[in-house]
Design a protein around this ligand. Sequence first.
Ligand code: ZN
Length: 441
Amino acid sequence: MAPTFWCEELETMTAGELRRYEAPILAAQVEYLYAYSNYYRCVLDNAGIRPHEITCHEALEMVPFTEKKDLAQAQREGLLIGPHQCAPMDKIVRLVGTGGTSGKPMRIAWTREDVHAYSEMGARALWILGCRPGDLVVNCFNYSIYAGGVMDHMAFEHLGAAVLAYGVGNSRALLDLLADLPGDKCLYSTPSYAVRLAGIASEAGMEPRTLNVRKGVFSGEAGLQVPGYRQKIEKTWGMAAGDLYGVAELGCQSAECEHRNGMHFCGQGYVIAELIDPDSGAVKKMKDGETGELVFTSIRRQASPLLRLRSHDFVAVETSRCACGRTGFRFHTRGRSDDMFVVKGVNIFPTSIQEVLHELHPRLTGEFQVALDTPPPFDYAPRLLVEVSPGVPSSQHAALIRETEAVIRTKAAFAALVELVPQGTIASEHKTRRVLRNYKL
Ligand SMILES: [Zn+2]
């Protein structure tokens, strides 16, 4: 029988059943960490916590958060992985780096069992998205160091899809390849790369819809859930575009089902997710409409398990049962909490700018960057670089700038100094940075 990654038993559990199922796995992970990780032994000792006390999700709330920068510091001091390494080197079979949107890449280690768990969770998420054995996937994430390349490639393979390892760069040749490959294809990339690739296709006189890329699996950036952005990509390519979410340290563990009502968390049995207030760190109850930052704990990891890793991803959650039958929480990403900035007391997320700029499509491509040129407080109007479509004559640019500034002021609630830049100058092949902090603190 063909494998299925619809894990009905786990994905339809109630929250209480899931907690009871995961509690002993969590307890074993904490005992393992205390025995083998110098880092977490110190963290727990310093917090006055005995490992045998962490026997349930509620007890986990006592444990201090892990910040990526704390782990990265040990690597800067010369350690290959860091003091949170638990498995010996002869059990470690893969290293990847995290990063892309901020900071220096941090090395993450994986044993054979860890790699299998990553693939298993990833395949579950891809199954939710409608990927199936028989799909032909072109992976346009960076294979150099990052998890989106080789790790996600393996998750697609684990599912049973055929994956073409394209990587980044040479977009023109990619278009020729897509034209050459017979049958329907699935594109795996950031959403902004799909926009950029469509622009390159149009410049080359190619119609993206004719390339038969009928599925898009998008990851690495918030934005696909912004109304209008997904529809634009779907219309341009003639594809169904779905959102996949993960953090490189723990794997891809969330994805949208066909009902497109948020991403289902599907890391049951491997990863525990919590919702916290990003300022106070207090745990929030998962209930419809609640917002906060996601925090993740690995519970079945060997090489370098992580307790309460702050994702800095800010989300809104839903807990009602989905028509697909899944009962776990779903969420909509609002952006990275470290991408949020405050202008004259108003919290601004890049996704809210994206939503507003969409109104000026097709004159604007929708790609943008905010430039914060001096340190906070931001009591000035930041520069907002927006891509203008090539068809707009320069005689109309001044009026378009005024119009964009007015829309940002009324709908995104802050004043910006808009600058127009040519199409193709902002969206990158990797993750597109939406907020440029051009200052040193
Ligand atoms: Zn669903």
